[in-house]
Design a protein around this ligand. Structure first.
Ligand code: IMP
Length: 421
C-alpha cells in the first residue's frame, strides 16, 4: 500500500485468476477501493464471515465499514443487476449508500444492449466470442459511438433519453430480424434506475484525486484479465473495456504518475472462458483434473473453463503491458497431485517459434518445458519455509523467467492460506 497513490490489482491472463480471494488481504490496507473497467460480466466470489457473495459491479471494499467504494467512469452498469447485488448486501446488513459512490460518467447497460449482445453473437455463428451476455460490447460500442446513456443522465430528462436509445436499438434489431421481448426485464430495469438515485452519483475522478492529495491510499480493483483487454487481448475474442493498468488511469480519471504498485495476479496454471485462441489448452484427462480440482466453472455463466498449463509467453506480455511490479500466484495447491508440471515457454506454428505474443494467436501450439512437481498437499501450509522445495523451485523458475518477484502465493481457498513472502 502506498499513501497518496493508486495501487492496481489486476488479473493478467484471461480473468478468473482469483482476485476475489486476495482482495481480502488487500482491501483492509487501503482507504478507497475503486473499480475502473467492466461491469456485471465480472463475478468476484468473496467469502466473508462465512457467507459467500458474488460481487459483479460493486468493489470488494464494501465489506469493510470504513472504506469508500467507487464505481469509476470506465465501468458500465446495469441498474437491475446492480439493484439485486446491492440489495443482497443490504439484506446481509451492510450499509451501502454512504460508502458506495458511482461515477456520473459510467455508462448504463440497457435491456436492449443485452438483446443486441445475443443478436450479435447469434449472427457470428461459430465465430461467436462466447460473451457473458450482459450487454458489455454493445454498451461500450454506444459509448464510443457517442450515443450512450450515462449514469448522470438518470438525474435529468431520463425517460426521453432512454426511449430514444431504446428506439435506436429496436431499429437495429428489427434490421437483423431478431425477435425479443423485454417487458418484464424492462420493469425491473426501470426500478433499478430509480433505486440508483439514492446513491452518490458523482464526479468520482475529482473525488479520487482529492483523496490522493489528502494522502489516502486507493486500490484499483481490476476485472476480467489483460488478455481480454480491447487493445491488447486476443482480439476479437476479448471484452470491450481496457482491463490493463492503462485502463486504471482512463477508467478512474487519475494520472499515470499517481500509480504506485501494480500487482499482477495469475494462477499456477491457465484457464479461459468463452471462445478464442488458447495455445496451452488441454483436451485430455489432465485438463479435466485441473478443472475438477480447481473448480474451474464460471462464476457468472456457470460454463466450464478451458484449462491448461501456465503460459510464459502470455505472462511476459501481460507483465510488459501493465508494468507489473509484483506477481501474485494463486491456486498452487491445484497442482499438488502432479509428479511433472509443464510450463509453456514458446509458441510454434509452421516451423516458426516465438517467445513473443503473436499478432494473431490463432493456430499456434505451445512448446513446453517439464519441471518436477511437488506431489505434496500444500493447503495446510502457512509459511513459505514449510513449502516443499519443488514448489519453491517452481516459484523461483517463474520469477527468473518473468523477471518479476512473486510476492504472494495462495495455496488454498481459506483466507489464511495466503502466504506473503
Ligand atoms: P463480454 O465481456 O461479456 O463481452 O465477453 C467477452 C469475453 O470475455 C468472453 O470470452 C467472456 O467469457 C470473457 N469474460 C468476460 N468477463 C469475464 C470475467 O470476468 N472472467 C473471465 N472471462 C470473462
Amino acid at each position: 500500500m502506498t499513501k497518496g497513490k493508486v495501487d492496481a490489482l489486476l488479473g493478467i491472463v484471461f480473468g478468473d485468476e482469483g482476485k476475489g480471494k486476495v482482495v481480502d488481504y488487500f482491501t483492509p490496507r487501503y482507504d478507497v477501493v475503486a473499480r475502473f473497467a467492466g461491469g456485471p460480466n465480472a463475478g468476484h466470489t468473496i467469502i466473508f464471515e462465512g457467507k459467500k457473495f458474488v460481487l459483479r459491479s460493486i468493489p470488494s471494499g464494501i465489506f469493510d465499514e470504513g472504506k469508500i467504494n467507487i464505481i469509476g467512469n470506465g465501468c458500465v452498469i446495469a441498474p437491475d443487476l446492480f439493484m439485486a447485488e446491492a440489495r443482497e448486501l443490504e439484506n446481509a446488513g451492510y450499509q451501502l449508500t454512504e460508502r458506495l459512490h458511482i461515477s456520473r460518467r459510467a455508462h448504463l447497460i440497457l435491456p436492449t444492449h443485452r438483446v443486441l449482445d445475443r443478436a450479435y453473437e447469434a449472427a457470428k455463428g461459430k465465430n461467436k466470442v462466447g460473451t457473458t451476455g450482459k450487454g458489455i460490447g454493445p454498451t461500450y460500442s454506444d459509448k464510443a459511438a457517442r450515443v450512450g446513456l450515462r449514469v448522470g443522465d438518470i438525474m435529468e430528462n431520463f425517460e426521453a433519453k432512454y426511449q430514444a436509445l431504446k428506439a435506436r436499438h429496436a431499429q437495429l434489431l428489427s434490421d437483423m430480424g431478431f425477435e425479443y421481448d423485454i417487458t418484464e426485464e424492462e420493469k425491473l430495469w426501470l426500478e433499478g434506475v430509480d433505486y440508483m438515485r439514492k446513491f452518490h452519483l458523482t464526479d468520482t475522478e475529482i473525488e479520487i484525486n482529492r483523496y490522493l492529495a489528502e494522502g489516502k491510499s486507493v486500490l484499483a480493483e481490476g476485472a476480467q484479465g489483460s488478455l481480454l483487454d480491447i487493445d491488447h487481448g486476443t482480439y476479437p475474442f476479448v471484452s470491450s473495456s481496457s482491463t490493463t493498468s492503462g485502463g486504471v488511469c482512463t477508467g478512474l480519471g487519475i494520472a499515470p504518475n499517481t500509480i504506485g504498485r501494480i500487482f499482477g495476479i495469475f494462477k499456477a496454471y491457465s484457464t479461459r472462458v468463452g471462445s478464442g485462441p488458447f495455445p496451452v489448452e488441454l483436451f485430455d484427462e489432465t485438463g479435466d483434473t485441473i478443472r475438477h480440482i480447481g473448480n474451474e466453472y464460471g462464476a457468472v455463466t456457470g460454463r466450464n473453463r478451458r484449462c491448461g498449463w501456465v503460459d510464459l509467453v502470455a505472462l511476459k506480455y501481460a507483465i510488459m503491458i501493465n508494468g507489473v511490479t509484483d506477481l501474485v500466484m494463486m491456486k498452487g495447491d491445484v497442482l499438488d497431485g502432479f509428479s511433472t508440471i509443464k510450463v509453456c515457454t514458446a509458441y510454434t506454428k509452421d516451423g516458426v517459434t516465438t517467445t513473443e505474443m503473436p499478432y494473431d494467436t490463432e493456430g499456434w501450439e505451445a512448446v513446453y518445458e517439464e519441471i518436477p512437481g511437488w506431489n505434496t498437499p500444500l493447503t495446510e501450509m502457512r509459511t513459505y519455509d514449510e513449502l516443499p522445495q519443488a514448489f519453491k523451485d517452481y516459484v523461483a523458475y517463474l520469477e527468473r523467467e518473468l523477471s518479476t518477484p512473486i510476492s504472494i502465493v495462495s495455496v488454498g481457498p481459506d483466507r489464511d492460506a495466503t502466504i506473503i513472502r
